[in-house]
Design a protein around this ligand. Structure first.
Ligand code: 5AD
Length: 350
C-alpha cells in the first residue's frame, strides 16, 4: 500500500500493522504529508468543529522524588531552584484563570510528597467548590490506586500521565534504571478504571528512541484508547545527562499528532509548550496537524522560570494565560478559534 492509501485506511478506522506504521513514519513525501495533515484536520473538525480548547496550567511544585534522565527538575539536579505553591497561591491562580475565562485547571507538579493525600484533596475540592463549572486535571505522576481514588472522590476529573515509551528497555534508559513501565501502566489502568478522563503520551525524538519504539507506542495508544494524548518534541536540558543530545524534530512530532488524531478521532490532543519552544509557530502547526488543545501557563510569574523541564521553555510570551488575546489571535490565524469551555472528551458530552 502507498502512504496515501495507508492514511485513508487509518481514517476509516483500520489500524495498519507494524510494518505499515513504520512505513508511514519513515517515508512521507511532502505531498503525503499535506494529505496526512488535511485528513487529520477533517477528522477533528467532524467532531470538534473549529474549537480549540484551552487549559490553565498551574505548575504548583517542582520538587520531585524521581530522577528521569531527560527532565530538568529531576531529583539529582542540585542547581534547580525548588519551589512549591501554597494552597492559597494555587487558589489564586485558579481564581485569576476563572476570571480570564478558563474552565479547566491543570495542576501539574513533580512527585512531591509534601502534598499529602489530604492536602491534595483539600486543594482539589477547594477548586471544585469555588468553580463548580470547571474541570480539574491532575498531572502529578505515580501514586497507588487508593490515592488516585481519593483524588477522584475529591472531584478531580482528568489525569495526565504520559507513558513516555512502552518499550521496557527504553523506559528504563529514560528513567535512570529506577522506574518501570509496569508501574506506569498499572497507574494508567487504575486511573481509567476509577473513571478519570486519562491522558498518556510520549516525547518525540527522546534519546535512544527508535522508529520501532514509536510504532509500539502508537499500537499501545490505539489499544489503551486514552481520552487525551500529550506529545511534544524532546528538548535537552543543560543540567541532565542528556544535555548534548539533539532535540526531536518538528516534522516527526506533527506526523505523530496527525496519526494519533486519525487513530482516535475523538482524542483531546494538545499542541504542547515543547512544540512552541522548538519553533515559534510550533503550536499553530500542531493545530493544523490535528491538535485541538492549548495549555497556557497560569502559574505565578515569579516561579515560571523555575519549572524548567528543558532548555528555553517558553513561559512569559504569548503562551502565558494573561496574554490570552495574543494567543487567541495566533489561533485565529490558523482558521480555528479558542473556545472558553470545559472541553471534555466528545464521548462525555450530554
Ligand atoms: N523535553 C521535552 N519534554 C519533556 N518532559 C520532561 N522533560 C522533557 C524534555 N527534556 C515532558 C515529559 C513529562 C512532561 C510533563 O514533560 O514527557 O511527562
Amino acid at each position: 500500500m502507498n502512504n496515501k492509501e495507508l492514511i485513508t485506511e487509518l481514517k476509516e478506522n483500520r489500524i495498519p500493522d507494524k510494518e505499515d506504521l513504520k512505513q508511514l513514519l519513515t517515508s512521507l513525501t511532502k505531498e503525503d504529508e499535506e494529505f496526512l495533515y488535511e485528513t487529520a484536520r477533517k477528522v477533528r473538525e467532524d467532531i470538534y468543529g473549529k474549537d480549540v480548547y484551552v487549559r490553565g496550567l498551574i505548575e504548583f511544585t517542582n520538587y520531585c522524588r524521581n530522577d528521569c534522565t531527560y527532565c530538568g527538575i529531576r531529583a539529582s539536579n542540585k542547581n534547580a531552584l525548588r519551589y512549591r505553591l501554597t494552597r492559597e497561591e494555587i487558589m489564586e491562580c485558579a481564581a485569576l484563570g476563572h476570571e480570564l475565562g478558563f474552565r479547566t485547571f491543570v495542576m501539574q507538579g513533580g512527585e512531591d510528597m509534601h502534598f499529602t493525600d489530604e492536602y491534595m484533596c483539600e486543594i482539589i475540592s477547594g477548586i471544585k467548590e469555588a468553580f463548580p463549572d470547571s474541570a480539574v486535571t491532575l498531572s502529578v505522576g505515580e501514586r497507588d490506586r487508593e490515592t488516585y481514588q481519593r483524588y477522584f472522590d475529591a472531584g478531580a476529573d482528568r489525569f495526565l500521565l504520559r507513558h513516555e515509551t512502552v518499550t521496557p528497555e527504553h523506559y528504563s534508559f529514560l528513567h535512570n534504571g529506577k522506574m518501570s513501565i509496569e508501574t506506569r501502566l498499572r497507574c494508567l489502568n487504575d486511573l481509567k478504571s476509577i473513571g478519570f478522563q486519562v491522558g498518556c503520551g510520549m516525547m518525540i525524538g527522546s534519546p535512544g528512541q527508535t522508529v520501532d519504539n514509536l510504532v509500539s507506542d502508537l499500537i499501545f495508544i490505539s489499544e489503551f484508547r486514552p481520552h487525551m494524548v500529550g506529545m511534544g518534541p524532546f528538548i535537552p536540558h543543560n543540567e541532565t545527562p542528556f544535555k548534548n543530545e539533539p532535540a526531536g524534530s518538528l516534522e516527526d512530532t506533527l506526523h505523530l499528532l496527525s496519526i494519533v488524531r486519525l487513530m482516535l478521532p475523538e482524542v483531546l490532543l494538545p499542541a504542547t509548550t515543547a512544540l512552541g519552544t522548538l519553533v515559534p509557530t510550533g503550536r499553530e502547526l500542531g493545530i493544523l496537524a490535528g491538535a485541538n488543545v492549548v495549555m497556557p501557563n497560569l502559574s505565578p510569574v515569579s516561579v515560571r522560570k523555575k519549572y524548567m523541564l528543558y532548555d528555553g521553555k517558553i513561559s512569559t510570551g504569548e503562551e502565558a494565560a494573561e496574554c490570552l488575546e495574543a494567543l487567541s489571535k495566533r489561533i485565529d490565524s490558523t482558521g480555528y478559534k479558542i473556545a472558553m469551555v470545559r472541553g471534555d472528551h466528545s464521548s462525555l458530552k450530554k
